[in-house]
Each structure stands twice: as C-alpha cells, then as structure tokens.
Design a protein around this ligand. Structure first.
Ligand code: AMP
Length: 568
C-alpha cells in the first residue's frame, strides 16, 4: 500500500478495539505506519502503552520492536513466507496462483494477507485474538516441529481472523512489522510515555535483553539497580567507513588507537562461572562451531562479556577468511576439521567484567581491564588485539600497509575516550578498508544458472536500501559468480523455501530479502532502467555475509558516494 493510501486509511481507521487485543495493537500499528514523523510515532505508542496491563505492556513493547520473544530468549517460531502464503490460501480459499502476483505488487506478506482476507469474506468477523493468545501461539509454534503441524496450527489461528488481525499476525510471524519502527524508537516511546530518561531505558534494555520487561520497569520507576544478565547477546557497536586519512584526522581527537581490521567473524563472548557462549552479529549463538574457544574463555580470571573477532590462524599468523569458510556450514566440527583449520578469538573490547558494566566507561579504561584478564601470548587461542596509540594521521599509511602485509583487511581507528554504543554506527570507530570498493547488498530475486549450474539457483539480482530510515529496496545489479557450488546448493534450498513469487515454472523467483552478499564491481553507472538510478557494471560476489541482516546493507547514499569518488 502506498503512503498516501495508508494515510487516508489511517484517518478513517477507528481505534476502538480494546488495548489488550491484537486488533487494538494493529490499529495503533496502522497509525504508526501512516506517519513518517518520529515524534508522532512515539506519541501513538506512548498513549497505547499507557492503557495496557503489565503483561500486555511487555508483549506490546516486544511486538512493536518486531520481536516474538524477549531478545534474551533463543526460541524462534520458524515460519517462512512460503508457509504463510499457503495458510492464507487455505483460509481464504484464494488459489496460491492468485496470491502470487500480489506479493510483487504489495511487497509484504502482511499486506497480501490483509487484501486476501478482506476480499474473501462477505462479513467481517468480530476480532477475537488477544496479545496473550498471540503469545501462546508463538510459544506453541516454537515447540512444534514440521511444516505440516505448523500449518495446521496457523490455519486454526487465522480462520475467523479479521483482515487486520491476519495482517499483523503474519507480520509478527515474518518478524518485521515494516511500519517504520526500530527498537530504538520503541525505547524512546517508553521513555517519553513514562517520563524516564532515554539513556536509562536503553541501558536496562541492554542489561535485561528484554524491551518488554524494560517497559514494565519504566512504568514502575524501577530502572535503577538492574544487574547485567549474561547469556543474551548485546548489539554490537559498528564502525563508519573513513574516506581517507584527512577524514580520520578531522574526526579523531589528538590521540587515537589504531588496530588491525581482522577479516573474520565478529563475535561476543559471554563467560560466567565456567559457562561460555559465543554470539554473532545477528545475535545467533555459535558456541558449538568453535569448541576450542570454550576452555580459554571458561578459565578467565573473572566473568566477562568480550567483543572480538574469530579468525582462522596458524600460530601467531592470521589466515585469509576463506580458511574459516571451510568450517562454516558444517553442523559438527570434527577433531580433524579443528586441527586442519584452527581458529583464535582476538579480543578488542570489554563490555562487562567482574560484576562491573563497562559500556559507559571510556575505551581506554575498557582496554585496561581487558588487558588484565586476557592471558599473554600472540599465539594463544584467546589473544588480545594490539592497539597502538598514535597522534599523526600521516603515520597511518605505513600502518595500513603493515596490516595488509599481516593478512588483515585494513585498519580500525578508535577514539580512546568513547563509550561502547550497542547497535550504533558512529564516528567513534572508523574503518579503513581495502582499496577495492565493495557494497553489502541483499538478494531480491534468483534464477537458475546455465551449464553445470542449470539445477541451481545461481544468478542473483540484488538491492541496496533507499536510506538508513527508508527500508525500500532498490535493485542495482545482477551477479552470476563468486560462490562455491556447496554454497550455491545450500542457498538454492533456502531460496526454494523462501520464495514469495515464482515465474517460468520456478526458474525465476522473487525471494524474501534476507540473504546478504558483499559484492565488488568495475564501476557504478547511471541507469534509467533501475528505480534507484544506478547499476553496477560487472558485479562479482566476494562472499556471503551471513553475519549481516538486511537492515545492515549499504544504502543508495553509499552508491552515490562511489559515483562521486570515481568522478573526481
Ligand atoms: P564491515 O564488516 O566492513 O562493516 O566492518 C566492520 C567490522 O569490522 C566489524 O563488525 C568487525 O567485525 C570488524 N573488525 C575487524 N577488526 C576489528 C577491530 N579491531 N575492532 C573492531 N571491529 C573490527
């Protein structure tokens, strides 16, 4: 639905359903979607939160943040867009063939459900879902194995749902409401609604790993004295790309830290009382993939949450990322595989240690504590990233070359005074990467290949986001090569399960935009054929970025900058 249409609808949508119902939630969500103004969104949420019981407030806050369970809770419902389409077809009686083109037109499973439900029913039933009931459904789905069983549950839940209930149940199950809300805005709305500081709301959300509990505490005025709960991942702090050395000199204070930029898997290690867990940037737990990291983390002198990178190594030397790829995608890591491709964890930041939350401390203090708990030794399985203090940006050229010679990707430059800002891409950390321009993009549609790849979905059309705020995806190119056959085979299965629309007997498929790739190309050219106005010439896939989600891909702005740079 276009914005104008949504605004018109929102004006007439009555907001009279009880707050603890799914219909009530959906009515507010529609109004949130209809405005682009952050303050208005926050005010709508605030008024809604105010009316909810504690239990419903916890659910409402999580649902608006696009979460089915608290963030610290590892459960998932595992329901894909394909399954939801089959359910909508069964409940409405509309053929799958009839639904397919609607996905292309509307671009969102929830919108398709709304249209299909509105069309299929002569009379709109009375709303019957509550937030608590929705949560029971999520719980049961998370405990149910097999598509058939999940489908039966969903058909039961959606039969008799109103179009608006169906729309938001589907959106919640897909895990993205797409109403222009991020978790940060929900924190802001909670802070405003209950008259608390945004910083303390965000802090409690980070410590507890639950925006729902945070909202309830904010209302009660109970935000102090919350202790860190380990074993839920905290969002990672991100870096901004520096254009050149002058850019760094301008942004950084007189003295700054310089570290190698390691090309591995970003990971957060939690360790307490002998228990250890490792989480990736997408907040998935991957401890079982790196068994050799458990013992060194379990025997640290204190409990800790450490930020760092898992890299392939041989002794003190760090190897290319490709070495690590050998271990990814394997369900079990055998002793042979461990011996053939050993890894190390390079620690570069510390968020918590010895009962002390450190995120608000300056980086130099966090490093000081980190240096005290990581054992010495450049070849250790758990090792410290070397941080040099420098004061001349001109010296960075030599550092960059040295980092490249050590096999690393480039440099990270960090402000020693900066706090750790979870989930933020700020200017306290700058990255200086290889000369080759690359973009992180998301796959939007796929096609079968040719020759020996004729049985694989190997040709990918990919997109960037319109902007940080606007998630609209704009296709900018199509790539045919760069991944291994094993990766292509695995992705082919994934794309089949996550197809939203197929053409030419399944040879061409529009897919859920979730697979992120890092691509390179010869140059960017302007293109009338592409909605975003640009196309990449001769794009090649460098690698799969399964550590990134579609919200983290590059934007049209980054593409424009590349064009400007190449015109200089
Ligand atoms: P990119 O993945 O290109 O957006 O670059 C940011 C990533 O660099 C971070 O998410 C980390 O995974 C990685 N990185 C590598 N070395 C460091 C380091 N020394 N400090 C912080 N991040 C690093």
């Amino acid at each position: 639905m276009g914005r104008a249409k949504r605004e018109a609808d929102a004006g007439t949508t009555p907001t009279n359903a009880a707050p603890g119902t799914l219909e009530g939630f959906a009515q507010v969500a529609e109004r949130v979607a209809a405005t682009t103004k952050k303050l208005e969104k926050a005010a709508l949420l605030g008024a809604y939160f105010d009316d909810l019981s504690d239990e419903d407030l916890a659910l409402g806050a999580r649902y608006f943040a696009g979460q089915q369970f608290a963030q610290h809770d590892a459960r998932t419902t595992n329901v894909g867009a394909g399954l939801l389409r089959d359910v909508v077809s069964e409940v409405t009686g509309l053929e799958v063939e009839n639904l397919r083109p609607r996905y292309v037109r509307l671009g969102d499973s929830g919108e398709v459900a709304y249209e299909a439900f509105a069309e299929a029913r002569r009379e709109t039933p009375a709303p019957r879902h509550t937030l608590a009931g929705t949560q029971s459904l999520m719980r049961i789905l998370s405990e149910t194995r097999g598509t058939k069983n999940k489908k039966a549950l969903l058909v039961g839940a959606l039969a008799g749902a109103t179009p608006l209930e169906a729309k938001y149940l589907v959106k919640l199950l897909v895990g993205d409401l797409r109403i222009g809300l991020k978790e940060g805005l929900v924190e802001d709305a909670v802070a405003r609604a209950f008259g608390r500081g945004l910083a303390s709301v965000a802090r409690v959300n980070m410590l507890t790993g639950d925006i729902g509990e945070t909202a309830v505490r904010a209302r009660r005025g109970d935000l102090e004295g919350v202790r860190m709960r380990l074993f839920h991942p905290i969002k990672f702090m991100l870096a901004t790309a520096a254009a050149d050395l002058a850019d760094i000199a301008r942004q950084m204070p007189e003295e700054f830290y310089v570290e190698d930029k390691f090309d591995g898997i970003r990971a957060q290690a939690h360790a307490e009382g002998g228990r250890v867990a490792l989480y990736t940037r997408t907040l998935d737990e991957v401890t079982h993939r790196f068994p050799e990291l458990v013992a060194p983390l379990a025997t640290l002198p204190s409990d800790a949450v450490i930020d760092g990178e898992i890299v392939p190594v041989r002794g003190a030397a760090i190897l290319p990322f490709a070495e690590l790829q050998k271990r990814l995608g394997r369900k079990t890591v055998s002793d042979e595989l461990r011996a053939a491709s050993p890894v190390a964890f390079v620690a570069y930041d510390l968020l918590y240690s010895g009962g002390r939350v450190l995120v608000e401390e300056p980086l130099e203090e966090r490093r000081r504590v980190l240096e005290g708990i990581i054992p010495e030794g450049p070849s250790a399985t758990l090792r410290l990233s070397e941080a040099k203090r420098m004061s001349e940006a001109s010296g960075l050229d030599a550092e960059f070359d040295a980092a490249r010679a050590r096999g690393n990707e480039g440099l990270m430059i960090k402000d020693p005074r900066s706090s750790y800002k979870p989930g933020k891409r700020g200017r306290d950390w700058l990255k200086l990467k290889r000369a080759l321009a690359t973009l992180d993009v998301v796959v939007t549609s796929v096609e079968v290949g040719h020759g020996k790849r004729r049985h694989l979905l190997s040709d990918y059309t990919f997109a960037v986001r319109r902007s940080e705020e606007d998630p609209e995806l704009l296709n900018i190119g199509k790539a045919y090569s760069g991944l291994t056959d094993a990766e292509l085979a695995e992705l082919t299965g994934w794309f089949r399960a996550h197809t939203v629309e197929e053409f030419a007997h399944g040879r061409v498929r529009v897919v859920e935009p979730k697979i992120v790739l890092e691509v390179t190309f010869d140059r960017v050219q302007e293109s009338k054929r592409h909605k975003g106005g640009y196309a990449l010439r001769f794009p090649r896939i460098l690698r799969l970025r399964d550590d990134k989600t579609a919200d983290e891909i590059d934007t049209l702005e980054a593409v424009r900058r590349l064009v400007e740079e190449s015109n200089q």
